[in-house]
Design a protein around this ligand. Structure first.
Ligand SMILES: *Cc1c(COP(=O)(O)O)cnc(C)c1O
Length: 363
């Protein structure tokens, strides 16, 4: 039996997640006929005059939107952020060297596990003791570290670094998978940053990597060709067949972002959305918010209801009303509402109206 689907869907998925409708439309057209070539984007060679401009424009647009200087190279590489968990230490950390890591949730824990395969890891700050419901107030960085790694936004725990430790004294490296291009950051002050595209920037299958080329080539290790950033820079992200379609979707999303005012405009809208959502949660005693207020993520809001029966009821109601992806991550429970760039404020208004209505009925 076909279920009756609500025609209006509000997509709060944590990733892969909502993208602008015009990106879906244009990407669909490109599958049928790319730039009036009579060919699908899925059947063109990557080293052609059809695709090369896609890669070039995507790299240039990323550079422009992030105001990167000439030391910083933009790469589009295969795989998700999980690949970067090992590729970063493989390229930067020598066997006897040390890297400092912050442990602020599931993603940080995974990054640390991989780094330990390549060198020494010093934990510079952790909030494990409070179930990752805050960002460390102080850092204890090993001054000999080749870098400090942070996760700017912990997608599962719902925390975000609002004060980036730019002055930590060692090169800064960040996993920005879930808040890339969502707020103004001084990207040039990072030695390396990476982000899987599928949260805020495009389709799954491609990573954005921004790297200061001056930090490369010092690990003393022979790096497999496909994992060597220096080779990718030299080859302009075209060492082998790139994930052609995923790069194209990133390009369309970057164009949309530029047309809509760039990162500054996104940040303003993201602040409005988050303050509407958190303001509503704070006004309704039915809902609990575990994360420390100062460290709340503008991208992923995590909340719970004490009574599991009522929690189930609210989830069911969300489903009926076309609210997708609000169930919390299995490791945290409760609810999670993700508010990436392409999520409209109308969607946030729809779920906050539902929360108020539901809470009033439960009084
Ligand atoms: C989703 C996510 C990852 C993992 O990304 P994959 O593309 O699945 O490897 C890593 N870090 C953060 C912060 C994420 O949100």
């Amino acid at each position: 039996m076909a279920e009756t689907l609500k025609t209006v869907v509000h997509n709060f998925n944590s990733g892969p997640s909502v993208l602008p409708k015009e990106v879906f439309e244009e990407a669909s057209r490109a599958i049928l006929d790319f730039n009036n070539s009579g060919l699908s984007i899925l059947e063109i060679g990557h080293r052609t005059t059809l695709f090369q401009p896609v890669m070039d424009e995507a790299r240039q647009l990323a550079k422009d939107l992030m105001s990167l200087d000439d030391d910083h190279e933009v790469l589009f590489l295969h795989g998700g952020a999980t690949t970067q968990f090992m590729q970063v230490p493989m390229n930067l950390l020598s066997q006897n060297g040390t890297a400092s890591y912050t442990e602020t949730g599931t993603w940080g824990v995974k990054a640390i596990k991989e780094a330990r395969l390549f060198g020494n890891v010093h934990i510079a700050g952790t909030t494990k003791e409070n179930n990752f419901t805050s960002i460390p107030d102080k850092l204890d960085i090993d001054p000999s570290s080749v870098y400090l790694h942070i996760t700017t936004n912990e997608t599962i725990a719902g925390t975000q670094w609002h004060h980036i430790p730019y002055d930590c004294g060692v090169p800064l490296v960040a996993d920005m998978s879930s808040d890339i291009l969502s707020r103004q950051i001084d990207f040039n002050r990072f030695a390396l940053l990476y982000a899987g595209a599928q949260k805020n920037m495009g389709a799954a299958g491609v990573n954005l990597v921004v790297v200061d080329k001056n930090i490369l080539g010092r690990s003393g290790r022979t790096i497999p060709t496909i994992l060597d950033y220096q080779v990718h820079i030299k080859e302009g992200s075209m060492l082998n067949t790139p994930p052609v379609f995923a790069v194209y979707v990133v390009l369309l999303t970057l164009r949309w972002l530029k047309k809509n005012g760039g990162i500054a405009a996104m940040e303003k809208l993201n602040q409005e959305k988050a303050s509407l959502l958190y303001g509503t949660l704070d006004s309704l005693p039915l809902f609990n918010t575990p994360v420390a207020k100062k460290d709340r993520s503008l991208m992923n809001a995590v909340f719970t209801i004490d009574d599991p029966q009522i929690e189930k009821e609210f989830l069911e109601l969300c489903k009926q009303e076309g609210m997708i992806g609000v169930k919390g991550h299995r490791s945290v429970g409760g609810f999670r509402v993700s508010m990436y760039n392409a999520l409209s404020i109308e969607s946030v208004r729809a779920i906050t109206d539902l929360m108020k209505d539901f809470a009033n009925r439960k009084l």
